[in-house]
Design a protein around this ligand. Structure first.
Ligand SMILES: [Zn+2]
Length: 262
């Protein structure tokens, strides 16, 4: 009965959101990614409740990541970049990439299935499998990813690689699908060479191929604890900001701030 009522309440909330959601927030809002006054508009097909900056196409998740950088370091990302901090981003398709890819201290990578991994495709743009990064140890002050680690077959190997390429004191800022009422669980047994599905397959859009990308892991509230043995001290930030339109279905966006402490 309680479950039924909560489903009804969720459905009513969904209907109200659909009816009242403002698809355009007009001019005179601040985008902290491109650092310009802008409007936020729903422009991504299929993402009805995601408003992007009309000037740099940043989504709320990227604005949350950039805000997390400023909140935890007391300096905006633009100042870190102007000061020469080395940044590695695990995508070639983000508003951060579009803004900083011309700087020599910005490095990014994609996951191009049909090309060899670990190589530089063009200056400072790599094809990388984050389970075996080709960068030397302690290369970067900042690493950034958004909605990536849930697709990594062995995510803990990925986290340990990101730890390895961060300089001591460096920080990995990331978002992932996350539920704080659950513990982390693998959706797939990856102990053998073949994937064995433990839970129904879930897929998300893959920006690097026409097929969708499998979700290997559901992350839960134990994530900071799980990252501790790798040498990360992890803070979970819940960010909501009306002026910058940082929200996810009217809830805060959760950004993980994993600092390399060992
Ligand atoms: Zn912008």
């Amino acid at each position: 009965m309680i479950r039924f009522l909560s489903r009804v309440a969720k459905a009513i909330k969904g209907i109200i959101m659909h009816l009242t959601y403002q698809r355009v927030i007009p001019w005179k809002n601040w985008c902290n990614v491109c650092e310009r006054w802008t409007a936020f508009v729903c422009i991504t097909p299929g993402e009805r409740f995601v408003r992007s900056c009309v000037r740099c196409r940043s989504t709320p998740k990227y604005r949350a990541i950039v805000k997390a950088v400023e909140e935890t370091t007391s300096r905006p990302l633009s100042q870190h970049m102007a000061g020469g901090a080395k940044l590695y981003e695990l995508t070639t398709k983000s508003p951060i990439c579009r803004r900083y890819s011309n700087l020599t201290n910005y490095v990014c990578s994609g996951y191009f299935w049909n090309k060899p991994f670990g190589i530089e495709i063009k200056p400072r743009v790599y094809n990388q499998d984050c389970q075996r990064l080709s960068f030397p140890d302690a290369s970067f002050e900042i690493a950034i990813s958004s909605e990536t680690m849930e697709h990594v077959r062995k995510p803990w190997v990925g986290f340990s690689e990101i730890h390895r390429v961060l300089k001591p004191g460096g920080t990995y800022f990331f978002t992932i699908p996350y539920r704080d009422d659950c513990m982390t669980k693998s959706r797939v047994d990856v102990s053998g060479t073949e994937d064995v599905y433990l839970l129904p397959k879930i897929f998300h859009d893959d920006p690097y191929r026409s097929e969708d990308s499998l979700v290997y892991t559901d992350f839960g509230r134990d994530l900071p604890l799980q990252l501790r043995p790798f040498g990360f001290e992890t803070t979970v930030l819940r960010i909501r900001d009306e002026r910058m339109d940082i929200q996810d279905d009217l809830a805060p966006i959760i950004v993980f701030v994993a600092k390399r402490v060992e």
